[in-house]
Ligand binder design. Sequence first.
Ligand SMILES: NC(=O)c1ccc[n+]([C@@H]2O[C@H](COP(=O)([O-])OP(=O)(O)OC[C@H]3O[C@@H](n4cnc5c(N)ncnc54)[C@H](OP(=O)(O)O)[C@@H]3O)[C@@H](O)[C@H]2O)c1
Length: 259
Amino acid sequence: MAAKVALITGASSGIGYETALAFAREGTHIIATARRLERLSELEHAIHQLPAGHGDILIVAGDVTSAESMQAAVQQGLEHFGRLDILVANAGLGHRGAITEAEWSDIKTLLRTNIDGVLHSIRAAVPAMRQSGGGHIITISSVVYNLVAPYAAIYSASKAFVTSLAQSLRLELEGDHIQVTDVLVGRTHTEFNEKRLGGGKRTGGGVPTMTPDRVAAAIIKATHTRQKTVILRLFDRLLIWGNIFVPGLIGRLAKKQYG
Ligand SMILES: NC(=O)c1ccc[n+]([C@@H]2O[C@H](COP(=O)([O-])OP(=O)(O)OC[C@H]3O[C@@H](n4cnc5c(N)ncnc54)[C@H](OP(=O)(O)O)[C@@H]3O)[C@@H](O)[C@H]2O)c1
């Protein structure tokens, strides 16, 4: 059977980087995209150091905010590997700031990346998956997707978009044999916090932090088990439930943390 091929957006650091490594370890070929080509070259080098039997990698500089860029990444991947089986729509940014006072340029960048970026990568990948006879789309959302999130609402709402989209997409694509898994990621130690747009670089105490390889392992597992939604930890599950049952209380706690 031909090795599977996975397109990973935001593969130059954090969760995307570790996911690319984890897929390559199990023999899946990788199309790795992000804007920082030098970081993708480091990933390429790391994959070439893996024990025999690892997947191959094609690195493609790409910007998820551009539909053409995502189409070009898919096209180059098809020319190189001949098929596309998996998309990890991972590229994303954080933001803190009041809804009415935050810089519009930051809000725009956040929305163009976290919303347009997910749409562009999915819309580019699906025709290639159909050609391959099916596939699996992994959307990277967040445990804050349903958070009442004063001063973090722009980010939180962008992840609500991702999770809502994933649920409908799953039904739209079931006839094409394309699975959709939405991963609700909790706080993870990556470059995410230092690159976050807007104010408030404080990360907030008391919230447990995971390593990105743990998230990567859950993503790989989901491609085998075909879970619809992945929540990694009890803490993350409690936060999501808290927002369903006592949103006012969680919102007050969030206001203290983000304000
Ligand atoms: N870390 C957390 O606590 C956490 C929690 C919940 C959800 N998440 C989600 O997990 C995903 C990955 O984040 P991370 O934690 O791994 O952060 P990260 O280390 O900062 O990685 C973000 C990745 O996105 C890429 N990216 C950003 N803007 C892009 C653009 N316009 N075009 C192409 N690529 C772009 C970056 O690459 P370049 O800069 O090279 O383009 C980088 O590879 C995000 O969707 C984030 O919202 C993270």
